[in-house]
Design a protein around this ligand. Sequence first.
Ligand code: SF4
Length: 446
Amino acid sequence: MALTGLDIYKLLPKTNCKKCGRPTCLAFAMQLAQKKANLSDCPDVSEAAKNVLGAASAPPIKLVTVGTGARQVQIGEENVLFRHEEKFYHPTGVAVTIRDDLNEADFSDRLKKINGLKIARVGTEIEIDLIAIINTSNNAEKFAEAAKKVSGGSHLSIILSSESVDTMKAALQNCAEKRPLIHGANAGNCEAMAGLANEKKCPMTVTAPTLEELADLAERVKKAGVEDVVLDVSGSNPKEVLQKLTKIRRAALKKNFRAFGFPMITFVHDEDPFQEISLANTYLLKYAGIVAVDACEPWAIMPLLTARTNIFTDPQKPIQVEPKLYAVGDVREDSPILFTTNFSLTYYTVEGEVESSRVPAYILSVDTGGTSVLTAYSGDKLNDKVVAKAMTDAKVETKVKHKKLIIPGLVAVMSGKLQETLGWEILVGPREASGLPSYLKTVWKP
Ligand code: SF4
C-alpha cells in the first residue's frame, strides 16, 4: 500500500528547517504522499529513509519500454483498475506473429502485410506496434535469419519468442540494437535468459503455469538484475486468462505486491479468427500491456485498434477537432454549408457522409467543447449566438454567394432563432448523418 503523509513524516528529520521550501516537515510529508513533491527536495533525509521512501514512491506497475526511437512501445505504469477513476496511460501494444518456418516468399508476404496494418480513425492513423517472431522451426539459424529480416524490413518493435537460450542468443546478434522483448523464459531457463537480457539491455518476459510460480520467477529475474520484466499470462481457457490478468493488476495496485508490479503480455491463438480477436479485445480491455495475435487481416485488426483508441483516451476530455470551416471536395461559391459540432466522432461521421455524396461542401465545426449535437444543445453550448460567432470567426460569408445554412435535423428547433440572428435562410438537414448524401444530391439547391 502507498505510504500516508504520517507514515512519511515519521521517516523525515522533523527539524522543520524549511530547506525543502515547505514550512514544516509535516507539510512536506503531506505533499510527498500526494506526489506533489520530490524526496530529493529534502537535503537532510537519511539513507535508510531514502530506501524506504524511494521504494514506496515507485509506481505500483513498472514502466517497460520495448523497441527504440519513435516507434518504441511503453507499457505499464498504470494507477487504476477502472478507467473512470483516472485514466489509462500507456496503450496496449498490439503484436502480430510471424513464424520462422515460413518459406522465403510466404515470410516476406506476411511481413509486408503486417507492416501495412494501419487504419484511419477520427482523423488519426493508428497502427499495430510489434511483430512477434515465433521460433516454430526450433532451429537457431532460421530464427536468427527471421530476426535479421524483420529488423531490416519492418518499422515495428520486435518480440523474439523462443525457449532455447542458444537460439535466443543467435537471434539477438541480429536485432539487439532494436531492444526486442525476449519472450520464452520459464522456471528452467530464466537465469540464463536474464543473463542475455542484462547483456543486451533488453526487456524480458517470464512464463509460469500458476500465479505463485509466476511471482517466484519475477523475483528470480529481478534478483538476477533484470528490471524491465513483462509477465506472460496464459491459461487453459479464456476465463482463467482473464482471472489471472485481473488478479495480477489488483495485487499490484491494491496490495502493492511488487512481484506483480510489471506489465503483462498475452498471446492469443484460436482457429476461428473472430474468436481470436474477440478474446484479444477482452484481454486488451483488462489488463494486458501487449496482446499478440496470429490474425493479420485488416478487418481483424481494426476492432482491436479501435477498442484500444477508445479505452486509452482520457474519459474527461472528449476527442475534438479544431473548430473551423472545413472544405470537403472541390468547393465553389455555390457549395452548401452545413454545421456540426467539434466532437471528433460527430465531425468525422458527417465528413464521411459528405464525402460519399460527392457534392463538394463546407462543414463548419462549431466549438461545443467536444460534445455531440444533442448534448451541446441541451447544455446550451450550441445556440444561435454560438453558431453566429463560429460563422463570423470562419468568415463564412466570404466563401459563398448564397445565404443558406444547413443545420442538423436533431436541432431543427433552433431554426427560427438562428434565422433571426444570422439573417440567413435555415435549411433543416436530416436527423442522422447517413441521410446527408441523398439530402445533398436531391434536396440542396443553391
Ligand atoms: S528540508 Fe527536510 S528537514 Fe527541512 S523542513 Fe523540509 S522535510 Fe523537514
